[in-house]
Design a protein around this ligand. Structure first.
Ligand code: AMP
Ligand code: MG
Length: 341
């Protein structure tokens, strides 16, 4: 298939992409989290095309993107807690799992009776939904299992020739996928951490339960099906190093043919060619923005056998950085003791 590339230059530049969505085709588009691969959420065949283009297992549901939280009631059963959350946090990087209505096809939700609803804040995503006039089902615009795309180049690399249109709208703002929550019986279940943090969710004065799949390997059935896949992963083995500066530096000094993802503060202390920083140690937002690009960049190298990454802080958006990193590493975390003298 020939993929059309559209550079976003204003609302008029999206007319063709909106038409493609309406006719059942696929459009990759920028959002404030990562790039999404969108199709008409009311068209079961469009969903099937999305699974095919990504090589995604069809039991891994797609998120439905709307222009406004007020439209959610049309496609899902909302409620007081949803309304309160939507009022403060939508539009934004948040997906809420609700009971679905019949007009959302089973192929969109991987056969579940619930649907993930998100109202993006990115102007291109918003204009595209508006012009298409239909809700847009969209997972991240990467090949299944690979790190999510945070730039046009990433999408082009993974999906050129497999989708109808790719819109170039610059880099993503947050760089990690949306926070996913499921409100149930007054409890907010956190299924996937993101830029909407636990601290922000605690403002609703409802109990928050962090799903076990967020912080560790979970062999049961996770509430968000995508959490069970080794996800976001580079081809090279990735190992997360958990330890103080001294322990990490001396461990890395003895390793060859390795690349390292570290913090700005580490750069002068770690030798070798392929050492990249994903931001300052205390700057979780920058780490989130850069993490997937770092993974893609280092994965392309031919003269390394393994990628090491430093353990991030787990508070605020750092919880999302930690979650994506341990999942990309297939939960390989090495605890390092300080060297003995
Ligand atoms: P992606 O946008 O590629 O990160 O994929 C969307 C993710 O949202 C999936 O992997 C699921 O884990 C989650 N998700 C979407 N819909 C539902 C749902 N109805 N119930 C639980 N999780 C969902
Ligand atoms: Mg994804």
């Amino acid at each position: 298939m020939k993929t059309r590339i559209i550079r976003y230059t204003g609302r008029e530049s999206l007319a063709l992409a909106a038409e493609v969505i309406r006719r059942g085709g696929l459009v990759a588009f920028p959002t404030e989290t990562v790039y999404g691969l969108g199709g008409n959420a009311l068209d079961p065949d469009a969903a099937k095309k999305i699974y095919r283009a990504k090589g995604r297992p069809s039991d891994n549901p797609l998120i439905v993107h709307l222009g406004s939280a007020a439209d959610a009631e049309r496609y899902a059963v909302t409620g007081d807690l949803f309304d309160r959350i939507a009022e403060t946090l939508m539009p934004g990087p948040l997906t809420v799992i609700l009971k679905k209505r019949d007009m959302i096809p089973d192929s969109v939700t991987g056969g579940l009776d619930t649907v993930g609803i998100r109202v993006p804040s990115h102007p291109v995503a918003r204009e595209l939904i508006e012009l298409a006039g239909v809700p847009i089902a969209a997972p991240s615009a990467n090949l299944s299992g690979k790190p999510s795309p945070t730039s046009f180049d990433h999408v082009y690399h993974d999906l050129n020739g497999k989708v109808d249109v790719i819109i170039d709208g610059g880099p993503s703002d947050f760089g990690l996928e949306s926070t996913i929550i499921k409100p149930e019986d007054g409890v907010i279940h956190l299924l996937r951490p993101g830029a909407v943090t636990v601290e922000m969710l605690s403002l609703f004065d409802q109990p928050i339960e962090i799903d076990p799949a967020v912080t560790r390997r979970f062999d049961g059935v996770p509430l968000a099906p995508g959490m069970k896949y080794r996800h976001y992963a580079p081809d090279k083995p990735l190992v997360v190093l958990d330890g103080c500066d001294e322990a990490v530096y001396s461990y890395l000094a003895e390793r060859e043919r390795r690349a390292v993802i570290c913090f700005d503060e580490d750069l002068s202390a770690i030798d070798g060619e392929h050492v990249v920083s994903c931001g300052s140690k205390s700057d979780s937002l920058t780490q989130a923005q850069r993490l997937f690009a770092c993974l893609r960049e280092l994965d392309g190298l031919t003269d390394i056998d393994v990628i090491y990454a430093r353990m991030p802080a787990k508070v605020g958006i750092g919880l999302a950085v930690f979650n994506r990193l341990i999942k990309a590493a297939g939960f390989q975390v090495l605890r390092l003791e300080p060297p003995t003298r």
